[in-house]
Design a protein around this ligand. Sequence first.
Ligand SMILES: *[C@@H]1O[C@H](CO)[C@@H](O)[C@H](O)[C@H]1NC(C)=O
Ligand SMILES: *[C@@H]1O[C@H](CO)[C@@H](O)[C@H](O)[C@H]1NC(C)=O
Ligand SMILES: *[C@@H]1O[C@H](CO)[C@@H](O)[C@H](O)[C@H]1NC(C)=O
Ligand SMILES: *[C@@H]1O[C@H](CO)[C@@H](O)[C@H](O)[C@H]1NC(C)=O
Ligand SMILES: CC(=O)N[C@H]1CO[C@H](CO)[C@@H](O)[C@@H]1O
Ligand SMILES: [Ca+2]
Ligand SMILES: [Ca+2]
Length: 636
Amino acid sequence: MASLVAALLVILMLNGLEPAMSQPYPNYHADFVDIDQAKNEPKWWQTGAFYQIYPRSFKDSNGDGIGDLNGIADRLPYLKELGITATWLSPIFTSPMADFGYDIANFTEIAPIFGSMSDFENLLKIAKQLNIKIILDFVPNHSSDECEWFKRSAARDPEYKDFYVWHPGKMVNGVHQPPSNWVSVFHGSAWQWHEGRKEYYLHQFVKKQPDLNYRNPKVREAMKNVLRFWLAKGVAGFRIDAVPHVFEIAPDAAGQYRDEPRNNGNNDPDDYGYLQHIYTVDQPETINLVYEWRAVLDEFKDGDERILLAETYSPIDIVMQYYGNATAEGAQLPFNFRLISDISNNSNAESYEWTILQWLQHMPKGRTANWVLGNHDQPRVGSRLGTDRIDMLNMLTTTLPGASVTYQGEELGMTNVWISWKDTVDPSACNTNPNVYEHYSRDPERTPFQWSDDIDAGFSNASKTWLPIGPSYKLINLEKERKEPLSHFNIFKQLMQLRKETKTLQVGETEVKAVNRNVLGVKRFRQHDFTYVTLLNIFDGTETVNLKDSFADLTTDMEVVLVTDKSQRKAGDFINSENLQLLPKESLILRSTSTYYTYYSNGEHRQLPIEGVYLLVAQVVLYLSYRRVLTLNSVC
Ligand SMILES: *[C@@H]1O[C@H](CO)[C@@H](O)[C@H](O)[C@H]1NC(C)=O
Ligand SMILES: *[C@@H]1O[C@H](CO)[C@@H](O)[C@H](O)[C@H]1NC(C)=O
Ligand SMILES: *[C@@H]1O[C@H](CO)[C@@H](O)[C@H](O)[C@H]1NC(C)=O
Ligand SMILES: *[C@@H]1O[C@H](CO)[C@@H](O)[C@H](O)[C@H]1NC(C)=O
Ligand SMILES: CC(=O)N[C@H]1CO[C@H](CO)[C@@H](O)[C@@H]1O
Ligand SMILES: [Ca+2]
Ligand SMILES: [Ca+2]
């Protein structure tokens, strides 16, 4: 009896120490203040697996060689199998396709090449049944010059007159000159003379993409109505394209646009790098606009929270403002491109640590991190960092805190496909010449998804697809990879599953460390739960490490949870965390062999393995029983 009381006493005592846990443990804001308090669960997007579909290349349903909405609807069960939470679709709207849909003629209409509005509604219906969320691409920086708005604006229709950025230009010796020296991202002056209106219009991208005038409240409202249109149909949110280019500086008191200063070392006035873009990129009004869009999303209170993913390659301090501030909410997930922009083939574990911590340490408290490895504008992961690193990088992005973002085909390990000049279709390459186009082309990462080793890799049955099929499709395709236990596909799928069922990976705290120059470690931990450690041996040497030198509170024995084909170990094996040998490019997810009991004492957090707690209880019980025996003895 006494022993039972004693045991309870000890347990109560240890539990009594728990409130101290609200003290910050040294970690990097993986504390999800934003957590849904009522359910004590992260919100759907906070640990989401996001997947980008490039519709032209996902699945062709009608044999014209171009992917479409019915193709996507047909393959949504595949995303379900993979464990995807939400998919964002590159633009599917009416467009002359001068820039493959990033030049939109009607923001609320489906391009016939992709299908009809009822095809889209059908896609939403199937997605809902499968519990996969659909996110659309919102391209605010401009419309197509074939948009009705632009035609009316050019005709000086009073309602639309100021929908775009118009300017009469300068007269020099009786000749029209552009209003300023601004250069388009795609080469040449950013100003185009319009014969009809006898004025210049601004285009930060190609001249068929006139910039909308965000200083006009009517434009802001019209674009908000675009968001409302799709939200009302049931989309889960938007990925916003190229936000930094939305605003330009306002004209000065004399109605003139100021020239941008020169960049030393660039002597081509038609090259985007010729100027420092201080008046056309990242204007302070942009952040506020993102907050306004978020407020539109928050108008929709039915069902799950709607979200914004914002694309910007801006400096980290600006990116962080996209999250919101103390009084206004912004994008739930400003894309984190650091693993693309800051990591190269030669980056060592210290660079990885620095790159990851840069985001986590700058991120405002209570916000959610995200990790992007690729998209339709970037060379494929395997081509950038090596095919033998594909799995380790997927392992990294799934075990870091927050959401992961995967570009279609990366889960199969698809790599860049070489495209001849003749087959090249990307305008950013076609605007150049056969000698240099490869540096500008994004076609290599946009080739059709490799479903099987059938004709057209199972993507289509057309005699010619819009871009050639990658020649490796007989080796790299879904059907084949399904059958191989350690294929890229199966490892990716296991990773998604592991995160879905592991609370520590969802909401646990995080430490990221270069265990040595070649080995990166990520520790995730949570009180009363298992600790997880992800290890990446980034290079081709064999490494021996003592994890206890880098991370506190690890058990000596640890269990292998997930391996790749670079390992000779298998899930369920045990390793010694004080003396662990890693083969070249080996990456592992390890788990402690017990949960920990965390308590607070003498101003410090301490952890006891749960066995330790039992041991302590047993000792106290023994001690108390012994005393009782003594007491009884002395009485007698
Ligand atoms: C390709 O598939 C479409 C849709 O299933 C079908 O209508 C068409 O006849 C097929 N074409 C060929 C050449 O097999
Ligand atoms: C876009 O298309 C819809 C449906 O076809 C039409 O009602 C609307 O007027 C169009 N908007 C513009 C700006 O052309
Ligand atoms: C947050 O941003 C909004 C919009 O830019 C601004 O009006 C507000 O003052 C900001 N709040 C804080 C606390 O900085
Ligand atoms: C990465 O570097 C290694 C050797 O330093 C080289 O063999 C490999 O081809 C490179 N991979 C890529 C994708 O550049
Ligand atoms: C960063 C960037 O260039 N974003 C988009 C803005 O618009 C152009 C032109 O349509 C697109 O190509 C870009 O993807
Ligand atoms: Ca098609
Ligand atoms: Ca603009």
